[in-house]
Every structure is written in C-alpha cells, then in structure tokens.
Design a protein around this ligand. Sequence first.
Ligand code: G1P
Length: 289
Amino acid sequence: MKVRKAVIPAAGLGTRMLPATKTVPKEMLPLVDKPVIQYIIEEAVAAGIEDILIVTNRAKSAMDDYFDYYPELEDRLQRSGKEKELAEVKRSADLANIFYVRQKETKGLGHAIWRAKRFVGDEPFAVLLGDDIMKAQKPVIRQLIDAAEKYDRSCVGVQSVATEAISKYSSVKVSPLEERTFAVSDMNEKPTREQMLSNYAILGRYVLTPDIFPILETLEPGYGGEIQLTDGLKVLAHQDKMLAVDFEGRRYDTGNLKGFLEATVDFALEHPETGDWLRAFLKEKAAAL
Ligand code: G1P
C-alpha cells in the first residue's frame, strides 16, 4: 500500500465559532499568520502527500481563492520590494495539487468522505479533518501512514481522553499489536459513558482503503441524523481490517473557541516574529492576575 492522496473535509457550517464564521469559513480563520487549513495542508505535504481534495460547500470559495495565484497583489508586492510577503503569497498557491468537490447537502462526515470517491479511485488515502490541528515532531498523518502501510490495513489516529470528554468523540475497542499500534475490533460515535469502548478517541486523522466507499453508500444516518464515518469504519473494524495508532503530538480543536485560542497562543509562542514579545506580554498579564 502506498498513500499519495489526501482528503480534507471542510464543509461544516462552523456553528461553534459564530458570529465570526457567518461569512468567513472556519478553516480560513488565521492562526497567527496563516489560515487554519494551511497548517493541515502543510502536514499532509510534509508526510509526502501529492494530491489533496478539499470537500467544500457553497459558502467556502475563499479557500479556492487562497490556494490560487493573485497576480495583482503579487505585482504590487514585487514593485514595492516586499520579497518576503511575495514569497509567502506564492508559496501558499504552490503547496500541493489541490482539488475541490462540493458536498451539496450537509449530511455528515461519512457523506463528505463519500464525495471523494471519484478523486480517490482505487487507492488508499489519508483523511485530515479541517479543524483538527496537530503539533508534532513527525507529522501525525505520517505516523498513521507508516502503520497502515506496514499492516496493509486502514488506520485511525487516537489518543486517550478523559472519561467525561469521550462523548464529544468516537471511542474504539483496541488490542495491542506493538508500541502505540492496536488492532481495532469495534468503535462507536459520541458514546455515553455506558457505551464507551475505551478512553481512546479518534482525533481527526485517518488512513482509509477504498473499501469504505461501498459501505458509506448504503449507510443509514446515525448520531445526529447524519451519515457518520465512524459507523462505516465500524464495519471494517468488525472485519478485522482496522488499526489505531496512539499518535505522538498535541492536537488542537480549532473548531471551538477555547481550542482555537490555545492553538493561537502555542503557535504564536513558537513564531519567530511573535514568540519573545508574547512571552513578555503573558508574563506581564499573569503578574497582574
Ligand atoms: C468528528 C468525528 C468523531 C471524532 C471527532 C474528532 O466529530 O465524527 O468521530 O472523534 O471528529 O476528530 P465532530 O467533531 O465533527 O463532532
């Protein structure tokens, strides 16, 4: 198995970040100096992915514009000698081969992934959720690809979360294969405490084989009345075709206000232009608390 393609579902309505996301897609909100989605694309590219499909909707054309050239702006930057800005503006358009498809109806994550069927063909592919940002030494999706390629199976990225938090995610039933890698025999979406299968929750990264498409095609709506990817993956888990990797790295849910602010502070502390300044500013604030 060789993973060359990635799918980024980014067709959600962004209801947890209103009113900002009424007209700006949540994936386009700036984390320090780049939109959220650029971090996700950069993770995929760093993992060796060449072709990326973004699943969008009718309110998200700012994303296609962002990953395109902008000759008028580039000319202006060139004429005024703003080399650094010019390089950054061009780099965002040249990151990868980016394709788009619209999810014409908001019917859930499983339905969004199903829209990728024509793009994916009969290859395995990575999935990176559009609002889960990772900070890791080795790209999180690369950690999953390595396991998926080694065992020739689909793979979900998991981390252990607090029992009180599991109902926000999906939980997986695992048995160990090797360090940080597990076989998955069952999973469920948004479980109650009684339904949870373990503290391991799926957190925004997947490597899937095209076996998932016929399953998604006939899937009944699940949690929230939506076609849930987890329900489709459960079928693969029951067939013993699914792995989980307890990935190394910090995950931020930038689709909610607190996660977004945590990511903003952590990334700004590491940014060469803002790091020292922010550290001093935070110390001053903390002293006054
Ligand atoms: C989605 C998935 C869920 C996963 C979560 C975090 O849920 O359906 O299985 O655990 O992302 O990656 P959502 O955050 O869209 O409710």
